[in-house]
Design a protein around this ligand. Sequence first.
Ligand SMILES: [Zn+2]
Length: 241
Amino acid sequence: MEPYKLQIISKKTAGNLQENHIFLENLQKNRLTCKILDSAKEGTPLIRIGKGSPKIMLTAGIHGNELSPQIAALLLAQKLTEGDAKGTVYLIPFAIPFATMKSSRRFKGFDMNRTAFKEGSLSNEIIKVARDLKLDSLADFHATNPYSNPGVESIFCSKKPCMESYKIAEHINKTTKSKIICHKNAGTLYKGALEDECNLSNIPAVTCEVVSHNGKVDPGSYERSYMQMRTYMGYFGIEIE
Ligand SMILES: [Zn+2]
């Protein structure tokens, strides 16, 4: 039996990641990585590893120029397929291959982390998939430029309507010391973040940020992102190396 299943959830986002040399240079190349990279030429890949409960999803590359979490997600795919962790992990290592190829924050002029409520946007597609799969939780991984907003390693969360969003953030903070940035109500600061729209759909969600320059992979940054991912999964009792 194959230890994972790969499908394409949107075709309009297709991109050739081989064209982004900085991205490529930082990857550990192996069969699985190559297969996932190849699939991105068709669109946004969704990888399912494992089965049963809990069911969680990790996403990266909602901002294509934030490379560190996308590299961490590929590493995570590798580790998960090698092990036999419990539950089901869904991974979207690069939400918008085209934007990652171009190292662009935006896709067709839009910031996909401000348009998750908009019918037809890629982030909205992800919400629909998340609802259909009846996920127990979703975490979205980003990288922030130093001295920008937020500019520090952090976890965004909210308390309403999903208190669990805050509890997950607390759990990640305990191990990583990433700063908790908590809003009382989801989606009040700005609209259309993937995390907020999930919380508003009663799928407890957080956004994790590591510090790395846009379009670059600062030393240690993908390792920090990987650690946030591991700690997030640990909240659900899904343990990997
Ligand atoms: Zn971002």
